[in-house]
Ligand binder design. Structure first.
Ligand code: MD3
Ligand code: FE
Length: 217
């Protein structure tokens, strides 16, 4: 009886906020794990340093990126793609820590996506002034799988539009420990991150990290 009641509370948690079909905001879902997540990010960055990639159009991105897992998202003058190697070093990306995989799978399951098997985790690093312009994520092979996003450090304003670039955007404040799961009908939504504002986070200083887990291959 008590277990049933606990389960009901868990599933109806007020911090699980539906953003519409296929999109679920799990506010604070990773709050208890942020210290170890940040340690893992630091270790990954020692093996595969953050870099400012160049877009196919020749612009250097204000967001710095690295990856872990079998595949990593990269960009250069020839286009966007998933690559099993870090172009900066020629080496494979660091393995995805089991703590990352476990968190991503728990979040996906909670949002209704069973059997999420991410093979790529893109790690974005924002400093004040950095932003990510409106885009769709369309380089992944399996568009049936969701994307799971974990925010760490300084808060950011996430821009969430519609299925065309011209659609009106909603603004969501994502904070340290928030997780968002996007799949199904929300998977091809245009989205971006507004210019990061200055701040000082107790665990990251003037930095925001975002982890996105993808089933890319
Ligand atoms: C909605 N990163 O790396 S994560 C990206 O905060 C990216 O760094 C942002 O967009 C960040 O591509 C936002 C949230 C996110 C990721 C993928 C989505 C939202 C999405 C795909 C479809 C719809
Ligand atoms: Fe994206």
């Amino acid at each position: 009886m008590r277990d049933l009641f606990a389960t009901d509370l868990f599933e109806a948690a007020p911090q699980d906020i539906s953003l519409g079909p296929g999109a679920m905001w799990l506010a604070g879902f990773a709050r208890g794990e942020t210290e170890s997540l940040l340690q893992d990010v630091a270790e990954i960055a020692r093996a595969a340093p953050f870099r400012h990639l160049v877009t196919p159009g020749g612009w250097t991105m204000s967001v710095a990126m690295t990856n872990c897992g079998a595949l990593g998202w990269v960009s250069d003058r020839s286009g966007y793609r998933y690559d099993p190697r870090d172009p900066g070093s020629g080496h494979s990306w660091p393995a995805m820590p089991s703590s990352f995989l476990d968190l991503a799978q728990r979040a996906a399951a909670r949002a209704g996506f069973a059997d999420f098997a991410p093979d790529a985790c893109l790690i974005n690093r924002y400093v004040p002034g950095a932003r990510l312009t409106l885009h769709q994520d369309r380089n992944e092979r399996g568009l049936a799988a969701p994307i799971v996003s974990v925010s760490l450090g300084l808060p950011a304003t996430f821009l969430w539009g519609g299925l065309t670039r011209a659609d009106k955007t909603r603004r969501l404040r994502l904070v340290h420990g928030d997780v968002v799961v996007w799949g199904g009908p929300a998977r091809m939504t245009f989205h971006g991150v507004d210019t990061l504002r200055d701040g000082d986070h107790p665990m990251t200083g003037a930095i925001r990290y975002n982890l996105t887990f993808r089933q890319a291959g």
